[in-house]
Write a protein that binds this ligand. Structure first.
Ligand code: G
Ligand code: MN
Length: 240
């Protein structure tokens, strides 16, 4: 498991870590999740993998909290198959209890396509997850259907703007328009906004001007293995 920090664009404080699964090969290379997650979905292995990711992330974050004395928030990706397989909300609650990891410190991320595929089921399960005290984020916003009615309809706390909008951000005024308008929309809806894929100082400075936005991307940090987390945490303040 790797963990990528989400930082407040302005203060640089750590807001949360997103748990990202990696599949290391014997030669030191990694098979990217874009390749193995769809296969895990198709084969049904995603159910076991999904639970493993959650349990492993709680275990690691608990260990890091103990060593640093700091409480950390965690973001975890969910996939469509996990919604259809079983009573997901109960499972998530059970895992939080088992690992003594407060639901208020966990944000589960879903994508737009998941919401489109089975609107009614997604609505039911997201409401259940929300009522258990977890937070919810809409991931990769802007790349799927981006139906604005979803933002109104589902109990979402956070909007994660997809990394494609960061490319050419400082040269392309259309990208700037999309990013500023999406950020404003998210904020006006009372949501937290995270810009993903921030790779350069220029992009980071542009996001800073929008105010109150969090940043996730290589500019601040690549996804980190457990060994590198403590060092990173000691160099940054944690936002409450
Ligand atoms: O779909 P989701 O947003 O959860 O995926 C996050 C993915 O984006 C991870 O695989 C992560 O490694 C990758 N990523 C994180 N930061 C950056 C970045 O700054 N640039 C690019 N190109 N990819 C990033
Ligand atoms: Mn994500």
């Amino acid at each position: 498991m790797y963990f990528q920090p989400q930082l407040d664009a302005f203060s640089g404080q750590i807001k949360a870590f997103e748990a990202l699964v990696r599949w290391p090969q014997a030669d030191g290379h990694f098979i990217p999740p874009d390749l193995f997650i769809p296969i895990a979905e198709e084969s049904g292995l995603i159910i076991k993998l999904g639970e493993w990711v959650i349990e492993k992330s709680f275990t690691i974050m608990n260990r890091i909290s103990q060593e640093t004395g700091k409480q950390l928030n965690l973001s975890i990706n969910l996939s469509a198959r996990q919604f259809r397989h079983y009573d997901l909300a109960s499972k998530l609650k059970q895992l939080s209890i088992k690992h003594h990891f407060s639901p208020s410190r966990v944000e589960y991320e879903v994508t737009e396509s998941l919401l489109v595929d089975d609107y009614k089921l997604a609505e039911k399960i997201l409401n259940e997850i929300k009522s258990m005290g977890f937070r919810l984020a809409l991931d990769d916003f802007g790349t799927g259907y981006s139906s604005l009615s979803y933002l109104k309809h589902f109990p979402l706390d956070t909007l994660k703007l997809d990394k494609i909008f960061m490319q050419d951000l400082t040269q392309d005024i259309r990208n700037q328009a999309i990013v500023s308008a999406s950020v404003e929309l998210g904020k006006a809806l009372g949501m937290h906004v995270v810009c993903e894929g921030v790779e350069t100082e220029e992009q980071s400075l542009f996001i800073q001007t929008l105010g109150g936005v969090a940043i996730q991307g290589y500019y601040f940090s690549r996804p980190l293995p457990e060994e590198a987390l403590i060092d990173f945490i000691e160099k940054h303040t944690i936002s409450a």
